[in-house]
Design a protein around this ligand. Sequence first.
Ligand code: ADP
Ligand code: MG
Length: 240
Amino acid sequence: MIRVDNLHKNFGNLEVLKGVSLEVKKGEVLVIIGPSGSGKSTILRCINLLEEPTKGDIYIEGEKINDKKADINKIRQKVGMVFQHFNLFPNMTAIDNITLAPVKVKKIDKKDAEDIAINLLKKVGLEDKRDSYPVKLSGGQKQRLAIARALAMQPDVMLFDEPTSALDPEMVKEVLNVMKELANEGMTMIVVTHEMGFAREVADRVIFVDDGMIVEEGTPKEVFENPKNPRTKEFFSKIL
Ligand code: ADP
Ligand code: MG
């Protein structure tokens, strides 16, 4: 479903990604862990072309996306993204947040888009919030709305960038539960997170990124119980 080949990203003189290669199969959940500033967000942002790779190739379903001929809008439709800080449209109700892109970008009939949105609101447990503005929602509700909004485009892949890092502790679980359900339904997902319980339970594979490189990769059991790289061990000793 996704193949990243020798991805490099520089910001000016700063070399942020130094040759990252990874693969995610259809229906797989890949969890990316690693210290702050190691390049995790940049990897995700390259995969949905919010950043342009400096070098290397990214393929989604066999199509090279960092290609001059690639249709960026079509690619972005395949890849849903959920951010740490929700990035909802503050001046729109919950349901309008969800229907905007399907109507504007996918040209779906407004009524059909609303039917889809109502089902998605139910799915994330927000059916009673359809007419609420984001400011009236808790952090956990905002993030569940952001997930519903991304799903409305019927993406093939979902990218999550620390989706629970900005939440109060009591709201983390409700968001992780929605993500678990998605994984169980077979969604292909890449999740950057510090939630090690989620990684252990849901991830098919875990990669540890340090200083712009993948320094460790394996099943959750392999990475958590028997980390080989000293930097992975040091990271765990700080957070676990
Ligand atoms: P992580 O998500 O692992 O915390 P990031 O991918 O956000 O790391 O950032 C990796 C490095 O790239 C950091 O040093 C960050 O300051 C730098 N960086 C990220 N985005 C930009 C940008 N748009 N311009 C300049 N530097 C950036
Ligand atoms: Mg980040």
